[in-house]
Design a protein around this ligand. Structure first.
Ligand SMILES: [Zn+2]
Length: 363
């Protein structure tokens, strides 16, 4: 399989458009036309992961954190990044990072953590309000279903957890076919009226070319009439952090024990425990303090994230229950999500999950 084909599948799953402007996600190393023999999914590109890739015969490492994050001006073995880049090139191992492209998906690492904790009714904590388009198209009524099928197949029509969403209204279209055309119906140089359906579906910007291609292929007309309209709607599937609720609220102590068990982290850091049961939970794996205002605005009972500073714990003591399991621990399931997705997409291909590991150790 070519590296480019795997990159396409990853970009479909976690669109590159979603990455934050400070990020450097996507294909970081390797020519797109390289043949890939095996894949290993990991959290970071470390020496241990490289050795695991070599022993498994994998020549593509897919990581959460981008190894190359800041501009790389020299490669002289002077630090971890330079040494890893040298070794990857030496062993002809390609590298791809998903980072914030997947962080901004409802069912990325945060979604997996929420599911493992048993939270229900998951939604994005800070939804994106850009990147959605509405497609209107007009077609003979006999072709409506096959065109809708093609649009859905190409990825249109998702609203939250609902798929195949569309609207259809009958009407009457007109056109005059020019000399030299081959109209599907009607005669050359004579106005024709046709009973048509107007179809409407929603899509994401990054899907535009794929969906238009599917429309043109499925539509019987030589010239397809369509409108693409930018929407200001919130995208229910894209954005930062996640919120969910427990069916059965639990005490703060029981909640802390659950987090410690699920995230395999007995050394949780937290501020004052509230005098009420925990039901509504916000999560942002990694460094999620930037979402504290959103967690407060959502009236959650607790916010789980990593890298919380001392003063933040103090300042929010009476306002928001903060639980910090650690940067790695709060986003450790990202590699599992990628591994699962690629294993489903490439059922007969070697996709491995690296051994877990954080550079931070505890007593
Ligand atoms: Zn991180």
């Amino acid at each position: 399989m070519k590296l480019a084909d795997i990159c396409d599948v990853l970009a479909d799953f976690a669109p590159l458009r979603l990455q934050e402007n400070y990020d450097n996600a996507g294909l970081l190393l390797g020519p797109p036309d390289r043949d890939i023999r095996g894949i290993i999914c990991a959290h970071d590109c470390t020496e241990e992961v490289l050795q695991e890739a070599l022993s498994l015969g994998a020549n593509l490492i897919i990581v959460h954190h981008p190894l190359i994050f800041k501009p790389l001006k020299k490669i002289t073995s002077s630090n971890h990044v330079e040494r890893m880049v040298e070794k990857l090139i030496e062993h002809k191992i390609a590298l791809y990072s998903t980072h914030t492209t997947l962080d901004n998906c409802l069912y990325g690492g945060n979604g997996r953590t929420a599911e493992k904790l048993g939270l229900k009714g998951l939604s994005i904590l800070r939804k994106q309000s850009e990147g959605l388009l509405k497609l209107h198209t007009y077609c003979p009524q006999a072709n409506s279903e096959s065109i809708l099928n093609a649009l859905f197949e190409a990825g249109a029509g998702h609203i939250g957890d609902y798929s195949e969403c569309s609207f259809k209204a009958p009407g009457n279209g007109s056109f005059r076919a020019g000399v030299g055309t081959t109209p599907h119906v009607g005669e050359i140089d004579r106005r024709h009226h046709e009973d048509e359906d107007k179809l409407e579906v929603i899509l994401e910007k990054h899907q535009q070319s794929k969906i238009l291609k599917a429309l043109f292929k499925a539509h019987p007309y030589e010239e397809v009439a369509y409108d693409l309209v930018e929407l200001e709607n919130e995208n229910l599937l894209r954005g930062s952090g996640i919120v969910g609720e427990f069916e059965n609220p639990m005490s703060p102590d029981a909640f802390l024990q659950l987090v410690a068990d699920v995230l395999r982290q007995p050394n949780l850091r937290f501020n004052a425990k509230p005098n009420k049961n925990i039901q509504k939970v916000a999560i942002c794996g990694g460094s999620g303090d930037f979402l504290t205002p959103d967690a407060l605005a959502s009236s959650v009972d607790v916010f789980i994230t990593g890298d919380i500073g001392y003063h933040r714990f103090l300042d929010l003591n009476d306002e928001l229950f903060l639980v910090d399991p650690g940067h790695y621990e709060s986003e450790q399931f990202v590699a599992e999500v990628i591994h699962e997705h690629l294993s489903q997409k490439f059922a007969n291909f070697a996709v491995h999950l690296a051994s877990p590991g954080s550079p931070v150790q505890y007593l």
